[in-house]
Design a binder for this molecule. Structure first.
Ligand SMILES: Cc1ncc(C[n+]2csc(CCOP(=O)(O)OP(=O)(O)O)c2C)c(N)n1
Length: 549
């Protein structure tokens, strides 16, 4: 029976397992909203800004490892959502963004809010597809979902001319198309890698990318590390992939980690990079390993040919599923070089000893005072969400991610992802703690999605580091232009009252002594909470103070 393209689109989404979409409404896709009105399979979460809707879809994808879906309107809606498209590309997150468009007869006339999305998103999206013909809705949806997921996951934009959505078609909804997988490596390659590891005195396994964060990926990582006595260092914002309490844990490659740590990693006589794309964010600015020719042999295992041989001349490359490779390695345990135990200890000890927080001698409040009680009180499967900024450094430094904890950060460093991603995570896992670290800068970028948290009952616990500054930039300013502070100071609202005005619980912490009690109170509250943590700007990062800069 012929039916409306918008209804077919909604059926196709539910055939693809979509049970939730995030949106800001627009007149350009009214027919889809109308179709969603009757859908029992798909819940619509209406957001306050398209960056929030896009970031929620990204956050949902990060905690489910399935494509996140957002709907936004043309021109203004699409440009607001573009930050999430960029992040999805930078973070390798499967995102399908649907954008309304002017009617087909008006395309190319610079009509009201019209945009050429192919041009706009060319540098961000893996693909931009305009559905001109209602009969092709199923085909285009299937294609968007495959492309968003493989080989490296990323954003796909699907453009919906508003009159096309009202057309009728006989086309049936389609089941998802199989997602290609690079598959395992050959036994000869696995043997070769195992032999190279066995010969190495100081090998280092660098793990990253989105796939290794899945339960299967984490298990494979631990198994391969244990089978081959491999120390594991995790790339930027992937710190949760490997138990931080494991003796083989070698640390996390955050931005601005202390130089001695980088020097230690560079002593490696073999680097195996698994799942990671080896770009600026993952390699300490192309220094770990050195680009283009590393000082030590590099084995790069990745499932996307576009990322193999890019930026680095590896001595061995494997176009294969990194999880399958780690699993195969785990099945072939190796004997460690006699000097290996000392090497593992050398990497693990400084990280482990730096993980213990103690109150700073100057008595000033920083986010360490919040992390310390969380080490005691966070559930073993708690989800941590961080916005972009230095405040997240205390969590990275002092919180021992167990391997079961989930960390939702932003490799692409976009401020504003925190609140929406936390809302999406809390909606997806209502029974789990969602603990969210935010700066006073990011708080007022997308913090209005606290309204979405209240509207849908997302019990996010947000801790705002309120240091009255775009602190990270202030730090760079102090380094580059000593004492010439400009454009980084902030005058903030009372965040506790601000939260209360949304219908959330507002709390505050003004001293180190208050922190444990307020953290406990926040976690115990059965609803969204915002804690205004009045941090000292002097503690500009977990490694340095303004005075020492
Ligand atoms: C959307 C966006 N705009 C600007 C930046 C540049 N930037 C990086 S960190 C930062 C400051 C963050 O300030 P805040 O949230 O207060 O946290 P703090 O650094 O003080 O801990 C800025 C402006 C960014 N990363 N993302």
């Amino acid at each position: 029976m012929p039916r409306r393209a918008a209804d077919l689109l909604v059926d196709c989404l539910s055939a693809h397992g979509v049970d939730r979409v995030f949106c800001v409404p627009g007149e350009s896709y009214l027919a889809v909203l109308d179709a969603l009105h009757d859908s029992n399979a798909i819940e619509t979460i209406v957001c306050r800004h398209e960056s929030g809707a896009g970031f929620m879809a990204v956050g949902d994808a990060k905690v489910t490892a399935k494509p996140g879906v957002a709907f936004v309107s043309r021109g203004p809606g699409a440009t607001n959502a573009s930050i999430a498209v960029h992040v999805a590309e930078q973070d390798a997150v499967p995102l399908v963004l649907f954008i309304g468009q002017v009617p087909r007869s008006e395309i190319g006339r610079k009509s009201f809010q019209e945009m050429d999305y192919g041009k706009t998103f060319a540098d961000m999206a893996k693909g931009v597809y305009v559905i001109q013909d209602a009969a092709r809705v199923p085909e285009m949806v299937a294609r968007a979902f495959v492309e968003a997921q493989a080989p490296t996951p990323g954003p796909v934009v699907v453009v919906l001319p508003e009159d096309m959505l009202e057309d009728s078609t006989d086309s049936p909804a389609v089941e998802p198309a199989p997602v290609p997988n690079a598959g395992p490596a050959s036994p000869a390659d696995i043997e070769d890698i195992a032999a190279r590891i066995a010969k190495a005195e100081r090998p280092l396994l660098m793990a990253g990318g989105i796939g290794l964060g899945t339960p299967r990926g984490r298990k494979a990582l631990v198994a391969a590390s244990e089978a081959h006595h491999l120390p594991v260092v995790l790339t930027f914002k992937r710190q949760d992939y490997f138990p931080n309490t494991h003796p083989n844990y070698a640390g996390h490659l955050g931005f601005k980690i202390p130089k001695p740590a980088v020097t230690r990693y560079l002593e490696a006589d073999l680097i195996i990079a698994a799942g990671t794309r080896l770009t600026e964010a993952t390699t300490q600015g192309y220094t770990l390993p050195a680009s283009p020719v590393p000082a030590q042999p590099l084995i790069h295992i990745h499932d996307d040919p576009r990322w193999i041989g890019r930026n680095y001349a590896a001595s061995k490359v494997l176009l294969a599923d990194p999880i399958a490779v780690l699993e195969a390695l785990a099945r072939m345990p190796g004997k460690a070089h006699p000097k290996r135990a000392a090497w593992i200890k050398k990497l693990n000890e400084p990280v482990t000893s730096a993980m213990k927080w103690s109150a700073p001698a100057d008595g000033l409040l920083d986010m360490g005072a919040v992390v310390a009680p969380l080490v005691e009180r966070a559930d073993k499967d708690a989800i941590f969400v961080t916005d972009a900024g230095n405040f997240s450094g205390w969590l990275h430094r002092y919180f021992p991610f167990s391997g079961e904890h989930v960390l939702v950060g932003c490799v692409g460093g976009a401020m504003g992802i925190g609140m929406p991603a936390a809302v999406a995570a809390a909606l997806r896992y209502p029974g789990r703690q969602v603990i969210h670290f935010l700066g006073d800068g990011g708080a007022l970028m997308t913090g209005s999605e606290l309204a979405t948290a209240v509207q849908y009952g997302a019990k996010v616990k947000t801790f705002i580091s309120n240091n009255g500054s775009y602190g990270t930039i202030r730090m760079h300013q102090e380094i580059a232009y000593k004492k010439r502070v400009h454009g980084t100071e902030l005058r903030n609202p009372d965040f506790a009252k601000w939260a209360e005005s949304f219908g959330a619980k507002g709390l505050s912490i003004s001293s180190i002594e208050e922190a444990p009690g307020v953290v406990a109170q926040a976690l115990a509250h059965d609803g969204p909470v915002v804690v205004d943590v009045k941090t000292s700007l002097e503690h500009i990062s977990p490694f340095t103070t303004i005075a020492s800069l």
